[in-house]
Design a protein around this ligand. Sequence first.
Ligand code: ACO
Length: 323
Amino acid sequence: MIRSVVRGIGSALPRRIMRNADFEGIVETSDEWIAQRTGIRQRHIAGEGETTASLGEAAARAALDNAGLTPDDIDLIVVATSTPDNTFPATAVDIQNRLGMRHGFAFDLQAVCSGFVYAITTADLYIKGGLARRVLVIGAETFSRILDWTDRSTCVLFGDGAGALILEAEESEGRVSDRGIIASSLRSDGAHKDKLFVDGGPGTSGTVGHLRMEGREVFKHAVGMIADVIEDTYAKAAITSEDIDWFVPHQANKRIIDASAKKLGIAEGKVVTTVQLHGNTSAASVPLALSVAVADGRIQKGDLVLLEAMGGGFTWGAVLVRW
Ligand code: ACO
């Protein structure tokens, strides 16, 4: 059988770092409130000339370097984003052009914070279906541009950035011990669409709109949904939390991450947490966290890595990959 194996990884962050204390003249808040409730200490904010496509391009180039590949080796680009630079064309074709790629195909995928987990699963199916041999999967966001900077309950939570992964087709025996994507599980439920949304768009207001969230409602559902989809993924692979080497969750809130790991019985030392550095970067958060844990040597070839995300929609999902 064919498995989609990780060939390279890269990331990119805007130059400007905004620390919690920097909000203290903008809205009524404090470093202590933000850190205690969310675990966030700082986030990167895109400046002039930094866009979703420019960050995505930089992450893609880093992943290509890491893999020892060039854009000529890529067949498909999938970009997970909820903050495209334009309503259309897709940010993915902009990145394709920036990379000088004159072949293959590229498209965006929108599943808010679950975008990267949806995008890897999609890329995996294109590879298994024989439509692509190597896929560049990118999560890239500039959430700072859809925040209401007068709303303290949301503007302190998000940040900008991008991460990229290259998946490659490889012949495999299909065992859990073999490298590549082993199992995925995706869910959505539009009944929750008003709990986390953007109050504008081309089909309604004709404006871009701002992010709105009922934080407490999101929190209430998050841990149960995350645990369900992970249990489902475990069942597909016939494994338990004991078998996992690294848990790389969506980085929205340290309390959600800790509560999910506890509910699933995943040891604290296996949890990769970067929310303190990046805030919630939506579709970029999982590949950014992966990049940190690969760069510092925690995640090694052959490790069993569990990815998870939950976000607007609601959407949620998990992916199990042998690195
Ligand atoms: N600074 C100071 N006070 C604040 C701030 C702030 N930045 N924001 C809200 N408050 C106040 C509120 O006004 C409220 O005051 P009140 O009691 O006088 O009315 C008080 O703090 C408590 O507000 P809550 O919303 O109940 O605070 P809570 O403990 O629920 O924490 C938070 C809020 C951090 C947003 C939490 O609900 C949360 O993390 N929810 C999940 C959000 C999330 O993870 N979203 C992303 C997931 S999906 C995705 O990634 C797109």
